[in-house]
Design a binder for this molecule. Sequence first.
Ligand code: SAM
Length: 203
Amino acid sequence: MAKEEWERAYGQIDHKKLPWYNIQLPKALLEFVKIINKKDLLLITGCGTGDTVFRLWKKGFKNIIGFDISNNAIKIAQKDYPQIKFYAYKTQDIAQKLGLKNANVADLNVLHHQKHGVEVKKYVDQLKKLSKNLCLAYFYEPDIKEIKSGIKEKEAIYIHDPSQVEKLFEPMKKVKEFRYEMDVAPKMFDKKYIHAVGQIYGK
Ligand SMILES: C[S@@+](CC[C@H](N)C(=O)[O-])C[C@H]1O[C@@H](n2cnc3c(N)ncnc32)[C@H](O)[C@@H]1O
């Protein structure tokens, strides 16, 4: 279900008009890139049409790969940034399909699309397999469990409590956490800002 919703969004809307296109880079990511080696492999999971991957490539991360569940998004990314490698894989399949593990990984604004319960747990389990160092960013509104998104008709945005997420990541250790406000496109929600959290984990 989720995949079709994403294919529809990327197939019907000009990607440069999507609310997450070229948004501010989370502070956690800016800190993360300072502590990892530029020569090491860096995986960007759920990268959409690759704008963040490209910004990191420009910062000197040439050993970088972008992944997204949506074929439409990856086709656009590959066309816009032919010098970078992209794969249309969902995050849950990367470790198995490419035999990758213990990499540096950045997963930005994807976790809040995974449903509470089994879905988010499986997602985290795969990220744990894939990463030795991980930067994770997602929406967080205290006391709210779900928010209706204007982009995906059939699915909500699921709010996960950062302390619960931290538990799911055990035995990985949370190294740093940042709380911030994200400027969101007015059409997406009924408010201009949404709270978000960025966490850095290590093994
Ligand atoms: C809100 S967009 C964020 C895109 C990008 N990470 C950014 O911050 O600009 C969420 C992205 O996650 C992708 N996505 C959702 N679930 C996924 C999954 N299970 N595996 C990989 N990508 C997924 C969607 O196709 C979409 O491109």
